[in-house]
Design a protein around this ligand. Structure first.
Ligand SMILES: Cc1cc2nc3c(=O)[nH]c(=O)nc-3n(C[C@H](O)[C@H](O)[C@H](O)COP(=O)(O)OP(=O)(O)OC[C@H]3O[C@@H](n4cnc5c(N)ncnc54)[C@H](O)[C@@H]3O)c2cc1C
Ligand SMILES: *[C@@H]1O[C@H](CO)[C@@H](O)[C@H](O)[C@H]1NC(C)=O
Length: 351
């Protein structure tokens, strides 16, 4: 297909109704897969292209509150979602002396909002969503290098020299979205990009996340409680917060966030372009290991006890840039997930 930029897009309803647009999704992360699941339900043609040859089940837990959990109701997989998750009836804010400061309560939210909030291990929720999409729609090992769009369609080219064409291009390719960068370059040339969107991502926090293997009630007594024990710890003298929560699989998901200032931001700069994963995580474990946590028992635990019980290959250090881009679509291209908004809806409730 030749993409003809001169043909302007017209909303011709007779054509729109006769033809279901083909959607090309770049990125098989949570955003890309969730959109794929919805399009599949709606009977709209789509293909997902992911640069990784294999998807790594990284991360800790995702908290879906009563509003976001409705997604699974709408897709008819709420029961499965609930079976994987542990009900969160409150989030407890604690201090460094292991005392409760205050509690945010969610009891009765199902009547109000139509669903309850659950904490689910990130690899499991990823797998649940992936299972809703027929395999042949997910193409692995396909790294998008360039894209073109015009009145008659979109065309993307992959690093292996192959191409794909469709009607709508969705950039679901994460915080360093290639689709966003391609789109912004073109907008910049025609002076259509707001100045704030042209600035680099501000690098404001570093996060370490992990998950223990299943623990016994002896190791972590709170696991016997059928509601997730979800605690956030706030320090008065350090630039960290940390949290723990119990899951339905008897694991403890945990995480620590370092809030960066100008100095510490520089220290972490080298990490900016490196991979998320075990290597970078080890150094951060050292920094947070003595932070106090609550297990429900009389044992005095710290994050070290959880680090010791967490498979190292699933530990990840993630950096966060809090930035909301103004420009999220152009012509036939649209950005979703971390590509348009780092610190996504999921992240506001993460561990
Ligand atoms: C390792 C990791 C651990 C995390 N842990 C947690 C956690 O424990 N709890 C929590 O709540 N949140 C966690 N998050 C954050 C949360 O999961 C993200 O906010 C969410 O994943 C964003 O989804 P996304 O689909 O927009 O982007 P991503 O998940 O980043 O997915 C983007 C996908 O696009 C692919 N891609 C990128 N460029 C290209 C290209 N050019 N061509 C083709 N494909 C491309 C990438 O390989 C990737 O699979 C974690 C994120 C990561 C990456
Ligand atoms: C649930 O989380 C979403 C995303 O952060 C937020 O918009 C919504 O207001 C939350 N719902 C409630 C009831 O707090």
């Amino acid at each position: 297909m030749e993409i003809n930029p001169a043909v302007t897009f017209k909303h011709d309803r007779s054509i729109m109704y006769a033809k279901r647009p083909k959607v090309l999704i770049v990125g098989a992360g949570l955003a890309g897969l969730t959109l794929g699941m919805l399009l599949y339900k709606a009977g709209i043609p789509f293909e997902i292209y992911e640069r990784a040859a294999k998807v790594k089940p990284l991360g800790s837990a995702m908290y879906f509150n009563c509003t976001t959990a409705n997604l699974f109701k709408q897709c008819g997989i709420y029961e499965e979602f609930v079976a994987l998750g542990k009900y969160v009836s409150s989030i407890k804010m604690c201090n460094e002396n292991r005392e409760l400061e205050f509690s945010v309560d969610f009891e009765g939210h199902e009547e109000l909002y139509g669903a309850n909030g659950y904490i689910v291990s990130r690899p499991l929720i990823y797998d649940l969503i992936l299972r809703q999409i027929p395999e042949e729609h997910v193409h692995l090992g396909k790294k998008v290098l360039t894209m073109q769009q015009g009145g008659n369609g979109v065309l993307i080219r992959f690093s292996d020299g192959s191409e794909a064409e469709g009607d709508i291009l969705v950039g679901a390719d994460g915080a360093y979205s290639a689709v966003r960068q391609g789109m912004y370059e073109k907008l910049k040339k025609t002076n259509k990009l707001p100045a704030s969107d042209a600035l680099p991502l501000p690098f404001s926090t570093v996060r370490l996340v992990g998950q223990t293997h299943p623990l016994s009630a002896e190791e972590f007594p709170d696991l016997t409680i059928d509601k997730s024990q979800f605690r956030n710890f706030i320090a008065t003298d350090k630039m960290y917060t940390w949290s723990t929560s119990t899951t339905a699989q008897n694991t403890v998901c945990w995480g620590a966030i370092l809030f960066l200032d100008e100095e510490t931001s520089k220290d972490n700069d080298a990490f900016r372009n490196s991979e998320w994963g075990p290597e970078a995580a080890a150094a951060m474990c050292e920094q947070v290991k003595d932070f106090p946590i609550i297990s429900g028992g009389d044992k005095i635990l710290t994050l070290q006890d959880l680090i010791d019980r967490s498979p190292k290959e699933f530990l990840s250090k993630v950096m966060l840039e809090e930035k909301v881009f103004k420009t999220w679509f152009d012509c036939r291209t649209v950005l979703i997930g971390d590509g348009m908004l780092y610190l996504s809806i999921f992240f506001s409730h993460t561990l």
